[in-house]
Design a protein around this ligand. Structure first.
Ligand code: EPZ
Length: 420
């Protein structure tokens, strides 16, 4: 298991490029199942979660590979001989594997996908995914920890989500595109990644309207064709890089982003005292040595993203004043707090709220990553902490960041990866 070693205190300067979006790549790779033939995707980030999704697709009988270790191109070849099953040993390592459920039922009439189980940040049930598939006529049985879904032919219907769910919206959308007739989905997730998936499905021949809003209408079609597509930039990785500039008192241009996908984060960074400017398809963050505390409340897009909460908490831990951070999406997404305490942060948890009293400085120490965004939070804190910080269990980080330490090192951070 690797660890990341950081010597804090360097202000970051320079330019860095965001990679393709993990949370767009995962559903889009799964959507290849909806068409016969080979789909080609560019700007696919080299992440552990992407490798897992490719493995899940290969397990079913697809040809699913990255062109080579050094490219951002992945191809998924699908033929008629697919075993529509996603095994527990893969799904338990990445819950987003459940995204094959909708495509499999729609295209092959059946699916056997392991229930994902809980994860570090919460129970994360998939009841809404199943509610949506049932509304389209699928028979759903839960046996031996697996979801068994069957449908001779899905039929369009009305799906009213009780909870706004990103992958739930994506799963049901992918099922509905091949259903007979019209599907109306209400209370949908509005994340850019949902919109990106709909764009790809429409390029394949689907007829989806309203993606990116809470109401989506889909006219079912008889079949889809393979697609070529470049994945949109990762707004969470880009946001993490902006926070790296902010916490180090630096000046960094993050290139190849979609600024309008990052309004809620940019607004908070500006409120804290950063100067954020748009330069072409990039965002520049220039920060003073110490920022002002701001309050954060995570909500569904276009609100403040839960995937940036841990990173902002690291920033607030060294800001001037007190910040109240409310996490409304996941019930257990404060596991970075005890580790930030080890670096000298002053944070008190009260249920879904963390009260962060900004301290003058942090001091480096060995800390342990517990989940993907917590890993990023600890690395950001290490950039600021006096002395050496060792972040262990960075396999969590590698699930969602493409060699983050190399990008930060190129911006002047004293950071390296070591065998733990
Ligand atoms: C997606 O997860 C993202 N993952 C997550 O990113 C992100 O944090 C999350 O959306 C929220 O934005 C991918 O897109 C692959 P949800 P997802 O379904 O779809 C509850 C990261 O760091 N819920 O929107 O699994 C659920 O428990 C990851 O990149 C139900 O109750 O999240 C949660 O409280 C972490 N029933 C809330 O809804 C359901 O059927 C939102 O979950 C589904 C969800």
């Amino acid at each position: 298991m690797d660890k990341i070693v950081i010597k804090g205190g360097q202000a970051l300067h320079g330019e860095v490029q965001a990679s393709g979006a993990k949370n767009a790549a995962l559903p889009i790779l799964a959507s290849a199942l909806l068409a016969d033939g080979t789909s080609t995707y560019r700007n696919v980030p080299a992440l552990a979660d992407v490798a897992t999704m490719l493995k899940v697709l290969r397990t079913m009988g697809c040809d699913a590979e990255r062109d080579s270790e050094t490219t951002d191109v992945c191809r998924v070849g699908v033929n008629g001989h697919i075993t529509p099953e996603a095994p527990y040993d893969l799904v338990k390592t990445m819950r987003a594997s459940v995204l094959v459920l909708g495509p499999l039922v729609a295209r092959f009439g059946r699916a056997r996908v392991s229930m994902p189980g809980g994860c570090a940040i919460g129970a994360r049930p998939i009841d809404q995914h199943l509610k949506g598939l049932k509304a389209l006529g699928a028979d759903i049985h839960l046996t031996e920890g697996y979801v068994e879904a069957t449908a001779k032919q899905l039929k369009g219907g009305t799906v009213n989500f009780d909870v706004i769910t990103v992958t739930g919206t994506e799963n049901v959308m992918m099922a509905a595109v091949l259903a007979q007739g019209r599907t109306l989905m209400e209370n949908c997730a509005r994340e850019p990644e949902v919109e990106e998936l709909a764009k790809v499905l429409n390029k394949m021949g689907a007829r989806i309207e309203g993606a990116g809003t809470s109401s989506i209408t889909i006219e079912g079609v008889d079949g889809l064709k393979p697609v070529e597509h470049a994945i949109l930039p990762d707004r969470i990785e880009a946001g993490t890089l902006l926070v790296a500039a902010a916490i180090s008192g630096g000046d960094v241009l993050v290139r190849r982003v979609v600024p309008e996908h990052m309004d809620a984060l940019v607004e908070k960074l500006r409120e804290a005292g950063c100067t954020i400017t748009t330069e072409g398809s990039g965002l520049r963050c220039k920060a003073p040595q110490r920022l002002d505390a701001v309050n954060i409340t995570t909500t569904e897009h276009p609100g403040f993203p839960t995937d940036m909460q841990a990173q902002l908490m690291a920033l607030m831990s060294v800001s001037q004043g007190t910040s109240v951070i409310s996490e409304n999406i996941f019930e257990n997404r404060f596991m970075h707090v005890p580790e930030l305490h080890r670096l000298g942060a002053d944070i008190t948890i009260q249920g879904p709220t963390a009260v962060v009293k900004g301290v003058k400085g942090l001091s480096g120490a060995p800390v342990m990553a517990t989940d993907l965004r917590a890993s990023a939070s600890l690395i950001l804190a290490g950039l600021r902490a006096e002395g050496r910080t060792d972040v262990s269990r960075v396999y969590h980080l590698d699930r969602g960041y493409e060699r983050l330490e190399r990008k930060l090192s190129a911006l002047g951070a004293d950071i390296r990866r070591e065998k733990a």
